[in-house]
Design a protein around this ligand. Structure first.
Ligand SMILES: Nc1ncnc2c1ncn2[C@@H]1O[C@H](COP(=O)(O)OP(=O)(O)OP(=O)(O)O)[C@@H](O)[C@H]1O
Ligand SMILES: [Mg+2]
Length: 223
């Protein structure tokens, strides 16, 4: 079976500072790979390379190859917008828009497919239940998402990404702002999702890496 992700001799610099040095790996489809390592070693940079989220950074420079299902994602013909539907990123800090909770949930998915208005609430309920947020917001879906707590915003951002159903899900310390109950829900969600998705998870918690991952990538700071 073709790997979901192949990284070949990846080198990343911000101006003259090298952050990733000749890194290669393969990630199997429908698996969970945890990425661990000290702060500043380039874990978030690596995840962003997989969905081309560093492209706008002027000082960023990449060499080497990144293939998603065999396709070179840095080829000039690649439609970055389409790539990001296939490879979703959940950020370390919750990212919500100053719109209603419902609009936030549907924000991505509405852009990629025609959805009947009558299906909005069904999609919202499904993904909000998946991230353990439904009970807390079901009676105020029209309220501003920015009024939610940090942990709730993080689960909302996750729900928005899940609604798009990306093939590859990149999660950058997704549970760092969550309480133990929501953390457990997200950890079991990760296990459920890997039956039909490929997941990469950056975590600072070794026990979380051990609990949910099939493979581990250890990163270190370049000396
Ligand atoms: N936009 C940027 N411009 C310049 N340097 C950057 C930029 N983003 C990250 N860096 C630098 O690249 C290095 C790796 O940063 P990155 O955020 O990828 O680390 P990390 O492993 O995710 O750290 P943490 O565990 O603290 O989140 C750091 O030294 C950081 O200062
Ligand atoms: Mg980081």
């Amino acid at each position: 079976m073709r790997p979901a992700i192949q990284i070949k001799n990846l080198n990343v610099t911000y101006d003259s500072i090298k952050v990733i040095d000749d890194f290669s790996c393969e990630v199997k489809e429908n698996s969970v790979t945890a990425i661990v390592g000290p702060s500043g070693c380039g874990k978030s940079t690596l995840l962003r390379c997989l969905c081309r989220m560093n492209d706008h950074i002027e000082s960023f420079h990449l060499a080497g190859k990144v293939l998603v299902k065999g396709e070179d994602i840095y080829h000039p013909d690649v439609d970055v917008y389409k790539l990001r539907k296939r490879v979703g990123l959940i950020y370390q800090k919750p990212c919500v828009f100053p719109k209603s909770i419902l609009k936030n949930v549907l924000f991505g998915v509405k852009h990629i497919k025609e959805i009947d208005k009558k299906d909005y609430s069904e999609i919202a309920e499904r993904v909000l239940k998946e991230v353990n947020l439904w009970e807390e917001v079901k009676d105020r879906l029209g309220n501003l998402a920015t009024t939610l707590s940090m942990g709730q915003q993080q689960r909302l951002a996750m729900a928005r990404t899940l609604a798009v159903e990306p093939e590859i899900l990149l999660m950058d310390e997704p549970t760092s702002s969550l309480d133990p109950e929501s953390t457990a829900v997200i950890e079991s969600l990760i296990q459920k999702l890997k039956t039909h998705r490929t997941l990469l998870l950056v975590t600072h918690q070794p026990e979380q890496a051990e609990k949910v991952s099939d493979n581990l990538i250890f990163c270190n700071i370049i000396k």
